[in-house]
Design a protein around this ligand. Structure first.
Ligand SMILES: CC1=C(/C=C/C(C)=C/C=C/C(C)=C/C=C/C=C(C)/C=C/C=C(C)/C=C/C2=C(C)CCCC2(C)C)C(C)(C)CCC1
Ligand SMILES: [Fe+2]
Length: 288
């Protein structure tokens, strides 16, 4: 079995978090969890999308300054569009966000199985917390959207066992060529079962999704890419700040940063997905 840096990294981070949470009993309050998610996602999650500009350049999407400008205008216009729609219909936007995210997250296993199989894995990633921690999910969704979304959590809770069975089938089929898929699935299941939903999401998003994206798109940490990633991440953080300030409410001092973080992720996801799932197809994950 050939393990890549991203396989090893996720298993290592997952084990450390599981040990910290169970053996050392590092129980974090809800507010500390929110603070942790906001910081870790900003530092380790955002940069994977901040490289979209480098990827587009590599794909030859903009060969002239005019095209480069067009790329930025298009990207920012899509972000603004999603944020406006979100302000009118947050619950529908969250549901749509979950749907497109499951497709995007399924891409983490592109090359291991076909597109339908990938989507099943993506659905499993997002629906497991609803099966294990339904009450917390209702609280989180209401913090993010301001609405009580019991029915959305119930639908996800029903999808979880179906997606889990699908994941077992997909993993068994891939067992010969990609045994590490099974290890990752077991890790994801254990994390979802053990950790609160926000921490589970943070470990998966930063420990697997972001890292795999960096490795599979051939990110080399030279000074140019590090500079670009940092600059675009800072702009994205500034947009997040603006979102939080524009909705500020002293009674919800920590709910607002969480809400702004997920609004920002949802808005960035649309142009990020168009680029990654539309142009960078078949990011090689499977060991040859
Ligand atoms: C290039 C560019 C830029 C930048 C960008 C960036 C930085 C990006 C990023 C991107 C990204 C960074 C993306 C992301 C994505 C994400 C996602 C896709 C997520 C999802 C999630 C979810 C869906 C979740 C869910 C949940 C909740 C909410 C709670 C708990 C539980 C669970 C987990 C279920 C700017 C704008 C500056 C400018 C223009 C150009
Ligand atoms: Fe991504």
């Amino acid at each position: 079995m050939i393990l890549r840096a991203d396989n090893i990294f996720f298993i290592f981070v997952g084990l450390v978090c599981l040990v910290a949470w169970t053996a050392v009993d590092l129980s974090l309050s809800f507010h500390s969890q929110i603070a942790l998610v906001v910081i870790v996602v900003a530092v380790f999650g955002l940069p994977h999308g901040a490289l979209d500009v480098v990827i587009s350049q590599r794909l030859g999407l903009f060969s002239t300054t005019r095209r480069l400008l067009g790329f930025h205008v298009f990207y920012l216009a899509l972000v603004a569009f999603v944020l406006v729609i979100w302000s009118f219909a947050p619950a529908w936007c969250l549901a749509g966000f979950l749907l497109i995210s499951s497709w995007h997250f399924g891409g983490d296993w592109c090359g291991v199985t076909n597109r339908a199989g990938c989507w099943i894995l993506g659905i499993m990633v997002l629906s497991l917390p609803a099966a294990f921690n339904a009450e917390q999910m209702v609280v989180l969704y209401s913090t993010i959207t301001g609405e009580s979304l019991h029915s959305l959590v119930a639908v996800q809770g029903m999808l979880a066992p179906i997606a889990l069975v699908g994941a077992v089938v997909v993993s068994s089929a891939a067992l010969g060529r990609n045994p590490h898929l099974v290890v990752e699935m077991v890790m994801i299941f254990t994390l979802a079962w053990t950790l609160p939903p926000l921490l589970y999401f943070t470990v998966y998003f930063c420990g697997l999704h972001s890292m795999r994206h960096l490795v599979s798109t051939g990110f080399l940490p030279n000074s140019r890419t590090v500079f670009i990633a940092s600059a675009y991440t800072l702009v994205a953080i500034a947009i997040g700040f603006a979102l939080a300030i524009s909705q500020w409410d002293a009674n919800e001092a920590l709910g607002i940063p969480l809400k702004a973080t997920f609004q920002l992720l949802a808005a960035l996801t649309v142009p990020h997905m168009i680029l990654i799932d539309g142009f960078v197809r078949d990011i090689p994950y499977a060991s040859e």
